[in-house]
Design a protein around this ligand. Structure first.
Ligand SMILES: [Zn+2]
Length: 179
């Protein structure tokens, strides 16, 4: 919490008391000495998730996180990436301020997030979530991904779906075909 007067990032709490559904803190800036007040509140009430079969259950962050973790298992992602993604999605969901949110909306957000992190994790999640019933649908998804990876091949930090040499070969073949 930065000082509203000088923007200094450190302050000390000089008084703290419970108010309605939160805590009110009187603070003093350690740089300019100005006093200001902050409020700490609980997260807004949770929302319900409407499942595919129409049943509703309270949103469970842990459940979502477990799904994402499973998809990212053994993938070379930096520590904290998965939790960060779950945090971002959770914040986005709360910002919708709805009493009920369809599980499809949440699933799509997770897929979108995983797609920008790691294609393997994305495919893993998609294959469970979209319930690819036949290999053709799965292959289509993979082909689409490989196609888009070719387009952004040189400018992306995305982890490779194909081993590098294989990727080179496919890219070269495509370039040759274009000529
Ligand atoms: Zn200050």
């Amino acid at each position: 919490m930065n000082c509203p007067y000088c923007n200094y990032q450190d302050s000390k709490v000089i008084d703290s008391r419970d108010v309605n559904e939160g805590i009110r803190r009187r603070r003093q800036c350690l740089s300019c000495g100005s006093r200001f007040t902050t409020y700490e509140r609980l997260q807004p009430t949770s929302f319900f998730v409407i499942k595919k079969d129409g049943r509703r259950e309270e949103f469970n962050r842990m459940k979502m996180l477990t799904g994402i973790r499973k998809a990212c298992e053994k993938r070379p992602l930096p520590t904290g990436t998965v939790d960060q993604l779950a945090d971002d999605i959770e914040a986005k969901l709360y910002r919708l301020s709805k009493a009920e949110i369809s599980s499809a909306v949440i699933g799509d957000m997770v897929m979108e997030g995983l797609k920008s992190l790691d294609y393997i994790a994305y495919i893993r999640f998609a294959s469970v979530y979209r319930e690819f019933t036949d290999i053709t649908a799965l292959k289509q998804e993979v082909d689409t991904l490989i196609g888009s990876q070719m387009e952004i091949f040189h400018s992306t930090s995305q982890l490779s779906l194909l081993p590098d040499d294989e990727l080179e070969t496919v890219t070269r073949r495509r370039q040759r075909n274009r000529k």
